[in-house]
Design a protein around this ligand. Structure first.
Ligand code: PEP
Ligand code: MN
Length: 338
């Protein structure tokens, strides 16, 4: 249930709503906006609580039941767009977020060279996998903690914030020491134990869409992060499994509009994992920006032919540079900058 307070409702009036909800055994989350405060009343039995019990309280404007399974990710709770603050970079703001870098960190040199290049060209976040979720156990699994060290070193040298993925709870602490934003991969979107632990860290989290997850399931998974009070959640569309097999996954371009309609969370698009092939990356990336994505996550490698992971979908430096230039007029046309 969502209780929207009047503009200018006093803190005591907000407290009155919170107290009543707690006295009924419900949990509460507040969205204190510049204009008004919204109170989310949460719990498995809120459906049975009469809305009048809140509607009569002083300072209350409206009481609405959210019929969708997700609550805190819903626009009703947070009517304004969420802007995630990543060390001063506003994800979801006018400037597009361009995350770029290798699929996996392979060496200090590979990472440093890529970081310098992508930063020069306009990327504002460096990606690099330390723990890799590989389809086969015989494939390269990542340099793990050594990769985290390289990421931290290169961040200090080049000055880009770092995104990297955690696969399990035991690596959250060490990853949080080095990363600025933590990625939850598609295969872990519904790993609820991982999400609950991650929410406690208070780092921004990039939550990728599961390979076969609906938008509703994705937003409900986001609620696991938001319900711990961490509103720093960024969504990432990375393609879903469909009957179409000419490319690796099908990028669901419409999810950008659906997310913008039903949620306040920023959404990035990963054209690299969606397509699985470098030749498709530019057109998907451009379509995503045109459709209103808040940014992109793109794999770039100094020498894709020698990449240990995902070489086929990685852009060379020159391809990445060309793509960023091609994105500029599209970004401008939709009121964004790079
Ligand atoms: C990745 O970004 O490195 C990755 C493995 O992506 P996904 O979880 O979308 O497959
Ligand atoms: Mn990859």
């Amino acid at each position: 249930m969502i209780v929207e307070m009047n503009k200018g409702a006093s803190p005591e009036q907000v407290d009155g709503v919170v107290e009543r909800a707690r006295s009924m055994g419900f949990e509460v989350q507040l969205n204190i906006g510049t204009e008004k405060t919204v109170v989310a009343i949460l719990g498995s039995n809120t459906g049975k609580a009469p809305t009048d019990l809140f509607a009569v309280l002083p300072g209350v404007q409206t009481v609405t039941r959210i019929m969708k399974p997700y609550k805190l990710a819903a626009r009703e709770f947070h009517p304004q767009d969420t802007i995630v603050n990543l060390n001063g970079l506003a994800i979801g703001g006018k400037k597009l977020t361009l995350m770029a870098g290798p699929c996996a960190v392979e060496s200090r040199e590979q990472l440093r060279e890529t970081a310098r290049f992508v930063k020069d060209v306009g990327a504002n976040v460096l990606r690099g996998g330390a723990f890799k979720p590989r389809t086969s156990p015989f494939s390269f699994q990542g340099l793990e903690e050594e990769a985290l060290k390289f990421l931290a070193e290169v961040k200090a040298e080049v000055g880009l914030p770092i995104i990297t993925e955690v696969l399990d709870i035991e690596h959250i602490e060490v990853t949080a020491c080095h990363a600025d934003i933590i990625q939850v991969g598609a295969r872990n979107m519904q790993n609820f134990a991982l999400l609950k632990e991650l929410a406690k860290v208070r780092h921004p989290v990039l939550l990728k869409r599961g390979l076969a997850a609906t938008v509703t399931e994705w937003l409900t998974a986001a609620d696991y992060l938001l319900s711990e009070g961490n509103l720093q959640v960024v969504l990432c569309e990375r393609g879903i499994r469909t009957f179409e097999d000419s490319i690796r996954f099908s990028l669901d371009i419409s999810s950008i509009a659906v997310i913008k309609r039903f949620s306040h969370l920023p959404i990035l698009v990963d054209p690299s994992h969606a397509s699985g092939h470098f030749s498709y990356v530019p057109s998907i990336a451009k379509a995503a920006v045109a459709a209103g994505a808040d940014g992109l996550l793109i794999e770039v490698h100094p020498n894709p032919q020698k990449a240990l992971v995902d070489g086929l979908q990685s852009l060379t430096f020159s391809d990445f540079s060309r793509l960023v230039n091609e994105l500029r007029p599209i970004a401008e046309a939709v009121g964004r900058t790079i």
